[in-house]
Design a protein around this ligand. Structure first.
Ligand SMILES: C[S@@+](CC[C@H](N)C(=O)[O-])C[C@H]1O[C@@H](n2cnc3c(N)ncnc32)[C@H](O)[C@@H]1O
Length: 392
């Protein structure tokens, strides 16, 4: 493939949603659709030392289910098998738009024409340097839609997407089956993946985030997927969101930490931001409304603490709280984070989803999502904790 203009360093850095044209969207969608980019989600990323999850990954791979949020030391083998079945084109797109690799032009020749490369470069989706090309966004294919998000965390206002985002989409779909909403709010929206995924089940969707770049991504992702009933709002929690909602979803910042720059830290224990939201939930959901919050359940002095704290806030209301533990997160690896955990007697936390619904009296219940997976991660993190206790 011929070489196309070299870009300036600033242009190389980031995707600029304002430059996204309909023509570029049409070209990119057609390339993704034609190559079967969505099939690549069954490929794990390279890395990861543990083979504990390998049997589950192999089964998912053979069934064409998702592995792309996981790492495997055997990722090369999966690629090889995938190539035999689906050819090389989707793998090139996987390298570009999932692994965010810098590729030589020569590798693109069967997938992108020179004209397409030029168009995608003009739309600030690809960056070109010498004989190599790299994507400025990562792109996640989900249920026929494509979602852009920032490829790395280098800049403070990066737009995040992760395995948690994916889980929240599925849990929400399962707990709202058969329902249609008038007004939905996706708070802490990031790329907008939750709100946009629910747009067909709602008259109006509001996607709100404190990060203005996230709102630009929501608009870009709405355009990519031809969605027109979604509005983006820059807002610190509920400060700028109008009215109340039949459904509020939030993938909150929920990781424990003392400050930190990244938009995923939710406070000392991780749940302080969530508790701030919960305080306002009774006023923000309609009479039939519900809230689905992705958050964490910190384990302090050996006990999970989320429900007891939420009960203090909502105990006086007739609400049913459903807690769905998803997986346990390992003890941290950096010294400052270990010190932070030790200071708070925090031994870890569960990633979990909390559903708040109207009921006749206050009640709490636990439900499981993927019981086997949850138990495996608990075992994994217990092993990790033992190993680290010995090292102390
Ligand atoms: C864990 S990310 C979730 C992003 C997205 N919903 C997803 O699942 O991919 C948390 C999001 O909360 C946003 N956020 C952090 N503090 C916030 C605040 N005070 N008000 C609104 N949004 C906030 C961050 O900018 C980030 O986009």
């Amino acid at each position: 493939m011929s070489q196309i203009n070299v870009e300036t360093p600033t242009n190389l850095i980031r995707f600029n949603p304002d430059k996204l044209t309909q023509e570029a969207i049409d070209v990119l969608r057609s390339i993704f659709d034609k190559s079967g980019y969505n099939n690549t989600v069954c490929l794990p990323c390279p890395g990861g030392g543990s083979l504990l999850g390998e049997p589950a990954r192999i089964v998912r791979f053979l069934q064409g289910h998702e592995n792309c949020w996981k790492r495997s030391p055997q990722s090369g083998l999966y690629r090889h098998l995938f190539q035999l079945k689906k050819g090389n084109s989707p793998l090139v797109l996987f390298d570009l738009f999932w692994l965010n690799k810098q590729l030589p032009f020569s590798q693109l020749k069967d997938v992108l024409s020179d004209d397409s490369v030029h168009l995608l470069r003009e739309a600030s989706i690809l960056s070109i340097q010498n004989d190599t090309v790299r994507a400025k966004v990562r792109c996640y294919p989900l249920y026929g839609k494509y979602f852009f998000f920032d490829p790395n965390w280098e800049q403070q206002d990066f737009v995040y997407m992760g395995w948690d985002s994916r889980l929240l989409v599925d849990v929400t779909a399962s707990y709202t089956k058969g329902q249609h909403f008038n007004r939905v709010l996706d708070l802490c929206t990031g790329s907008g993946i939750q709100g946009l995924s629910l747009s067909a089940k709602s008259n109006e969707v509001f996607c709100a985030d404190i990060n203005p770049r996230a709102i630009q991504f929501v608009q870009a992702n709405a355009k990519i997927n031809g969605i027109t009933n979604v509005q983006g709002i820059t807002s610190d929690a509920f400060s700028n969101t109008p009215g109340n909602y039949d459904l509020i979803m939030a993938n909150t910042p929920y990781v424990p930490g003392d400050g930190g720059e990244l938009p995923i830290v939710g406070g000392d224990l991780g749940i302080e931001f969530t508790l701030r939201l919960i305080e306002q939930i009774p006023d923000k959901i309609t009479d039939q409304g519900m809230a689905i919050l992705y958050t964490s359940d910190p384990i302090v002095n050996g006990k999970r603490r989320l429900l007891e704290k939420v009960k203090k806030q909502l105990g006086k209301y007739p609400f049913q709280l459903t807690l769905i533990p998803l997986f346990r997160v390992n003890y941290p690896q950096t010294i400052p984070m270990m010190q932070h955990y030790d200071r708070l007697n925090l031994s870890g936390y569960d990633d979990c989803i909390l559903i708040i619904q109207h009921a006749t009296k206050f009640e709490t219940r636990r439900r499981s999502w993927d019981w086997m997976y949850y138990q495996r991660t608990c075992f994994d993190s217990w092993l990790d904790w033992k190993k680290r206790s010995k090292q102390k």
